[in-house]
Design a protein around this ligand. Sequence first.
Ligand code: PGA
Length: 251
Amino acid sequence: MRRKLLLGNWKMNKTSAEAKEFALQSRPLAEKAKLNNIDLGVAPTNLSLATVKENASKDMIVSAQNVHFKESGAFTGEVSIPMLKEFNIDWVLIGHSERRAYDNETNEKCNLKIKALIANDMVPVYCVGETLDEFDAGKTKDVVGKQVREGLKDLTKDDVKKLVVAYEPVWSIGTGKNASTDIAQDVCKFVRDVLKELFGEVADEIRVLYGGSVKPDNIKAYLSCKDVDGALVGGASLKIDSYEALLNNIL
Ligand code: PGA
């Protein structure tokens, strides 16, 4: 049985003070989520990870938005796995479409990062999804299949047990243009089928999330889909009231 997962991606939003305020306000929500067997989390910027970890409930998942695959070295502007671990941060988003688009994050680079995270017993949330041009050309499954295969190359069945995959059609991120629940279910099932082909039955334990303009009023429909195990939410996760409504609507 896969536990539902609601993960907020704050992107480049919130100062540390704002993140702390949210963390304190989220405490009862984390308790509520736990009672209802839902995993709840947020992905703040690197500068706010420590304060959110310190001020939120211990049941709140606190995820970084990116990490470098090397332990240390001459990589200006980057943050490493030991630096995250020092603050007990053990979840990281990998390959978000904004990083793929603006920071040259390739499937190969994602693969190096995912392997480094797994070797450190951390949880990668591997983001995949097609652009509007690819969607219009009917190439969604070619693109997503390639992202899954290349991103998870050389991993074993044991490696992928804790992995989370998030399907986020790029054309629906931050645009208010939702993918239909049929598309979400179809592509999330496709992701699981590829995982099954690569790793066998363990694919049934791997959580596959949907993301892209998820809001309090549509989250329930997505999570009612058989192969959608949760949501990765940007804009609607930023305000505590909206975040609470997301949770309440999937209880
Ligand atoms: P959105 O972002 O919910 O604002 O569309 C989702 C994401 O980028 O993870």
